[in-house]
Design a protein around this ligand. Structure first.
Ligand code: ATP
Length: 515
């Protein structure tokens, strides 16, 4: 675990040094859980967003886009349940004055027990060697079973208390388990209180007329309240979807782990409207399609898993997460939810306006059901960055840090490098740069020795370097160096555009999504 956390620290350092992600307002010591994207970060982020958008909107003729405003009528958040129920249970330690999420304190305690259980299993694995069967050991060893019972007991109690809103019992559980504050080491806890995660501000400048409005905590509600506007203006028939990307804001209590949990972040959400009764088919379709979208990127297969929700939110009849193996372990990257007609019905009730669809095939009107896919753009960025970050020792004993970013999404796709800064090589390189930049994101670099320039490109994840040398002037060929294997080949300049198009163009990635 410590080693993995160490990796996260190195990724954060690398992201800053190479212009991917900076802490916000750094010269004022930063603002917690808020980050700025640097020159390469913004390119990567835009490329991820574009991949999502093209895969969802362009590849599906029954999905259209929307950009709704961040501010919405305050009743939207009443109808959606966010005013009353978008809360985290908070607890303060009276000695350190530090604030925690009660459920997170309990989860961390569970992780400690799991760590002990894991140690037992590892010890046994060493003892038994080849013959070790972990599954059997887990169900037969008393100590391992005991730890599992403790874990299950805490989990069940916690889920029950949270569902019932019984915060006295939740606090008592923390006390009974003798959980101490990691800062003060004391068990001097306040009561558990509910804390709403929405940021609020005031609309209007005249006091009295001012109304409390919220910064949206999700983009989804903008798609629900525009359901009929979009359906009618784009002449869509059910089933159809509304795709939206944009900023969302949550006043997260536990804001750490870099860009995994931010207070200002970006979501990419699809709301897919279907005929009631068909939602499970579509839930399965979107589960499969979204996983295909991830897999097309060639990140390690074992980094993804589905986590089906057993306990469902009141509005859902099926839900699953796509979890990713981040440096902090498996965590939610994307949620896929079958939300029934909860949201549209709630907006009908609060607005007094009908949000129904007349189905010409059935010759009747109904409130559609919704299947949602929601992924955090920043979390996807972190997934890619953490899978890409690689420290290598090369055959000659030197070290290199390389970002194996999926080549279609790399911030810079091609670096064009004249071997030396004279003899007409820069002119030839610049001419190639001016041609290729029309189709690809390119960088021209003539500073420093070629080896150093290759390392610089490795560190920002550039899949191809093209080197122009003296022979190029004679034979019209260049050296094409590939990032991951560091292999080099000579190629005629006129062959480059077609070769690079096949390797790097977004269409090559999108074609992997076809059936
Ligand atoms: P979590 O349980 O991690 O708080 P959530 O279940 O509340 O997430 P959703 O409301 O389903 O998340 O939001 C959809 C997606 O938005 C998540 O899968 C995640 O990728 C992203 N997301 C949610 N909260 C944050 C945040 N604070 N910072 C960055 N991304 C976030």
């Amino acid at each position: 675990m410590a080693q993995k956390e160490d990796i996260l620290k190195r990724i954060i350092g690398h992201a800053k040094e190479y212009g991917f992600v900076f802490p916000s307002s750094e010269i004022y010591d930063g603002l917690s859980a808020t980050y700025d994207y640097g020159p390469y970060g913004i390119e990567l982020k835009q490329n991820i967003r574009r991949y999502w958008w093209e895969a969802m909107v362009r590849m599906h003729d029954h999905i259209v886009g929307l950009e709704s405003a961040i501010f919405m009528h305050p009743t939207v958040w009443k109808a959606s349940g966010h005013v009353d129920a978008f809360n985290d249970p908070l607890i303060d330690n009276k000695d350190s004055k530090k604030r925690y999420r009660a459920d997170v304190l309990l989860e961390e305690h569970i992780e400690k027990i799991r760590g002990k259980q894991q140690k037992e299993i590892q010890k046994a694995a060493k003892r038994f060697g080849e013959a070790f069967d972990e599954a059997t050991y887990r169900t037969t060893n008393d100590r391992v079973i005991g730890y599992q019972e403790q874990i299950d007991d805490i989990k069940n109690k916690m889920a029950g208390y949270l569902a019932a809103g019984d915060f006295t019992a939740l606090r008592q559980l923390i006390v009974d388990l003798e959980i101490a504050c990691p800062i003060s080491g004391s068990r001097n806890w306040t009561e558990v209180r509910q804390f709403n995660l929405m940021f609020s501000t005031e609309l209007g400048s005249v006091s009295g007329e001012a109304a409390t409005i919220y910064l949206r905590p999700e983009t989804a509600q903008g798609s629900y309240v525009n359901f009929l506007n979009v359906q009618k203006s784009s002449r869509q028939k059910i089933p159809f979807g509304i795709a939206q990307t944009g900023k969302a804001f949550r006043n997260e209590i536990i804001a750490r782990q870099f860009i995994f949990r931010m207070r200002e972040f970006e979501q990419m959400e699809l709301q897919f409207f279907v005929r009631p009764g068909t939602e499970m088919e579509w839930f399965e379709y979107w589960k499969a399609f979204r996983m295909r979208w991830h897999r097309a990127l060639d990140l390690p297969e074992e980094s993804y898993r589905f986590h089906d929700h057993i306990k469902l939110a009141h509005y859902a009849n099926a839900a699953t997460d796509i979890e990713f193996d981040f440096p902090m372990g498996f965590k939610e990257l994307e949620g896929i939810h079958s939300r029934t007609d909860f949201d549209l019905k709630a907006h009908e009730a609060h607005s007094g306006k009908k949000l129904q669809y007349f189905d010409p095939e059935l010759n009747e009107s109904y409130t559609p059901y919704v299947v949602e896919t929601a992924i955090g753009l920043d979390r996807m960025f972190l997934a890619i960055l953490s899978a890409a970050y690689t420290e290598e020792t090369l055959a000659d004993g030197s070290e290199r840090v390389v970002l194996n970013i999926p080549r279609w999404l790399a911030p810079i796709q091609i670096a064009i490098l004249p071997l030396v800064k004279k003899d007409g090589l820069p002119e030839m390189a610049k001419s190639l740069f001016n041609t290729l930049k029309l189709d690809f994101s390119c960088q021209y670099d003539e500073k420093d020795a070629i080896g150093k320039r290759y390392r610089r490109q490795d560190a920002i994840g550039t899949p191809y370097c093209i080197t122009i040398d003296h022979d190029s002037l004679e034979d019209g060929q260049v050296t094409l160096r590939e990032r991951d294997g560091m292999t080099q080949q000579r190629m005629a300049i006129e062959e480059l555009p077609a070769f690079l198009h096949d390797k790097l163009h977004l269409s090559a990635l999108l074609s992997r999504l076809l059936d």
